[in-house]
Design a protein around this ligand. Structure first.
Ligand code: C6P
Length: 429
């Protein structure tokens, strides 16, 4: 028996007998009906989609919202007095209001739309960072960051003559908080860490990290790309200064995400990009800028995707994050135990607090070969460094196989993955 969070992993026979459905009123078979893409076959097998951390599938409600927008309301936002533009603007702004409520922000103007998490990090590094980080200042990240939460800060530090400091992780893939404490000092201007790691699944103690950073007057950016699909986020409870996530990992369309920023910070920050919609007035001599959040939204935005994002947030809240988290927790425990019974499999990322990610290596078989053989059985996983090369270096491996879970996955799909791995072993003798 092994504890994963507070779930006890049961022995194999018991595990197979256990009926996870319905869990706390959670009917996974009914939910799967909402996702038309899951009904297809790949290479003659029912699709087993275990690449949700890369991008999640879209429920019919999101697809319908996109079709409705393009069928009935397509028009530019914030620009026209005509009815279509008014309807498009209302639907677009309604998503902002939904997200404000969803993450418990104080005001809608604290929600900035951007292309995704990557653009949000670049926005803050370029705007807040360039205005506030000076030579010899320090920016802290962790050793489990996605490249999106490394490179923009690296570029900023290089430009400003500042120093990038990295909190190490332990062999389970957990941030070493004592080391973080040692790195904090009066030169620390920004701490930017991931809420849930995409390569390890670790859930970081972000509330504690924020409090510790604030004691040194450093601002905190939380990369919530992998947290938002699984956890209920409350930015006021966290007291983070910035928080970002992408719609496409939350069952919404690609090309849209949000940056939450405390209003007084966003107000004081210079614009990130210039163009239409972000201005109040323009002459050749001088431009004055729009109010937040529009100051950060130059040009025609991805209107359809934003409206689809609103539908995704509604869909998630209709199911409820408590049942989602409880169900996924059991699925993760089931998968962890099942994988650990496959000879030669080594899990990478065994933090006590974990979400939705089963990353592993298997003997000396290259992850790409494993991924290819799994695909022939209709099983979609991601293989590679997962845009987290420093994590691979930390564990001295070139790559992993990553099965990442969503609430529409089932124990049967995990069993299919395990059967697929036995097939891989057969192929490689
Ligand atoms: N991770 C994965 O397969 P964008 O691409 O901007 O929507 O999200 C970037 C990003 C930032 N932070 C974390 C923790 C992430 O996981 C990601 C995206 C995908 O793991 C694609 S590389």
């Amino acid at each position: 028996m092994r504890a994963i969070g507070d779930a006890l992993v049961t022995p194999s026979s018991e595990r197979q007998e256990r009926n996870l459905y319905p869990h706390a009123g959670f009917d996974v078979w009914k939910i799967r009906e909402d996702f038309p893409i899951l009904k297809q076959e790949v290479h003659g097998h029912r699709l087993v989609y275990l690449d949700n951390a890369a991008t999640a599938q879209k429920p019919q409600a999101v697809i319908d919202a996109l079709v409705h927008y393009y069928t009935a309301d397509n028009s530019n936002v914030h620009r026209g007095v005509h009815s279509l533009s008014e309807r498009a603007t209302n639907a677009y702004e309604e998503t902002r209001a939904k997200i404000k409520r969803h993450i418990n922000a104080a005001e809608s103007r604290e929600i900035v739309f951007a292309r995704g998490t990557t653009e949000c990090i670049n926005l803050v590094a370029n705007s807040y960072g360039r205005a506030n980080v000076q030579a010899d200042d320090e920016v802290i990240i962790s050793a489990m960051e996605h490249h999106s939460n490394i490179v923009p800060w690296q570029m900023l530090c290089e430009e400003r003559g500042a120093r990038l400091r990295v909190v190490p992780i332990n062999d389970d893939g957990e941030m070493i908080i004592e080391e973080f404490e040692k790195l904090l000092n009066s030169r620390t201007k920004i701490v930017s860490v991931v809420h849930v790691s995409n390569s390890l699944g670790t859930i970081n103690p972000v509330r504690q990290i924020i409090e510790m950073a604030h004691d040194w007057n450093a601002l905190v950016f939380i990369d919530g790309a992998q947290a938002a699909p699984h956890l209920k986020i409350d930015v006021r409870e966290l007291d983070c200064d910035f928080y970002a996530f992408s719609s496409h990992k939350m069952f919404g369309p690609t090309g849209i995400g949000i940056l939450y920023g405390k209003a007084e910070l966003l107000e004081a920050m210079p614009p990130y990009q210039g163009g239409g919609d972000m201005i109040r007035s323009v002459t050749f001599e001088e431009t004055t800028y729009n109010t937040i959040p529009h100051k950060f939204e130059a040009g025609t935005p991805n209107i359809a995707a934003t409206i689809g994002f609103g539908a995704a947030v509604d869909y998630l809240n209709d199911i409820g994050f408590d049942p989602i988290a409880a169900y996924e927790h059991e699925l993760l425990a089931y998968g962890t135990e099942a994988l650990s019974e496959v000879p030669g499999v080594r899990l990478i990322g065994t933090a006590r607090e974990k979400a939705a990610v089963l990353a592993f290596v298997m003997e000396d078989i290259h992850p790409h070969d494993i991924g290819t053989i799994l695909d022939r059985q209709g099983i979609a996983v991601r293989t590679g460094h997962h845009c987290a090369q420093p994590v691979m270096d930390r564990f001295k491996i070139p790559a992993t196989v990553r099965a990442s879970l969503a609430f529409y996955n089932t124990t049967e799909e995990i069993d299919a993955l395990i059967a697929g791995l036995h097939k891989v072993k057969e192929v490689f003798g």
